[in-house]
Ligand binder design. Structure first.
Ligand SMILES: [Fe+2]
Length: 279
């Protein structure tokens, strides 16, 4: 009989729906419902992109009334104006959601155009100051309904490519060691899932130390789901037993007058997800 590791058993059993997700040794995690929006690229010079964010809020507030939260995966606003006007407008809009919004940076937020003033400290002040978040350096953790959500910053100042620093990896490891079913939100995807042959393209889009991160974080059996963006191309795969999602960019596809995002529901043992569009 093939030998199966404890981790393999846990992840396989969860994937097959044969085992409930355990928040700790004796607590079963409750149902979690949320939406992942990434790469909205809200730009004050493009009214349509601002209206799209307002439409997103209107849509979520009317069609998804029982969400636990909405996650924003980076490149949320284009960070290309003098001062912080676009960051403030983005915050003002997402604050009108009926539920909490949690945000990580993308390369747009870490690599501003020359005129802009938004840097990490101001981002933290604007988007990471909720008392529901435990903040460690550039990263945050949210404990909710027996789960933990890790908002990890994979950005490099003044660069478009991404990496997890040793501090981020250590924070994620420490969090995973708490044993709760864990979701990780960040900007840069973990694999070259679009099969690029171009080294520059791969360097820009795939998390640069993905092998180290896969070895150090994906080895935890309680890492059940990751959510990324950056490439704007949708993907749902499994990586070392973890469901690994990259959500299509919220920027309007050329063929549609609707904006994409992803609905995720985790119920007992099952993670279900679907790409949805603003109507
Ligand atoms: Fe990006």
């Amino acid at each position: 009989m093939a030998k199966i590791s404890r981790r393999g058993f846990f992840k396989t059993a969860v994937a097959l729906g044969a085992m409930p997700l355990m928040a700790s040794t004796d607590t079963v995690a409750e149902t979690l419902k949320f939406i992942h929006v990434t790469d909205s690229h809200m730009d004050l010079a493009d009214k349509e992109s601002v209206d799209a964010m307002k439409l997103m809020v209107e849509f979520v507030n009317s069609e998804y009334k029982d969400l636990d939260f909405v996650l924003f995966g980076g490149d949320n606003f284009n960070n290309n104006v003098v001062g912080n006007a676009d960051a403030l407008e983005f915050k003002k809009i997402i604050d009108t959601l009926h539920c909490s919004a949690y945000v990580v940076r993308g390369n747009k937020e870490s690599h501003p155009n020359p005129n802009d003033a938004i840097k990490l400290d101001e981002f933290k002040e604007l988007f990471m100051s909720s008392d529901k978040l435990h903040v460690s350096g550039k990263d945050w953790r949210l404990d909710i309904k027996g789960y933990q959500i890790l908002g990890l910053d994979s950005c490099i100042e003044d660069a478009n490519n991404g990496v997890y620093t040793q501090e981020t990896i250590a924070f994620a490891q420490k969090s995973l060691q708490r044993g709760k079913p864990t979701l990780m939100l960040n900007h840069h995807p973990y694999t070259n899932y679009w099969n690029s042959k171009d080294a520059k393209d791969i360097h820009k889009y795939v998390l640069n130390n993905t092998e180290e991160v896969q070895a150090k974080l994906f080895s935890y059996d309680n890492l059940i789901l990751t959510l990324s963006g950056h490439k704007h191309i949708d993907s749902v795969k499994e990586l070392k037993g973890t469901k690994t999602i990259v959500t299509r960019g919220f920027v309007r596809p050329l063929d549609l007058d609707m904006y994409p995002m992803r609905y995720v529901e985790i119920q007992e043992s099952k993670i279900s997800e679907k790409l949805i569009y603003t109507s």
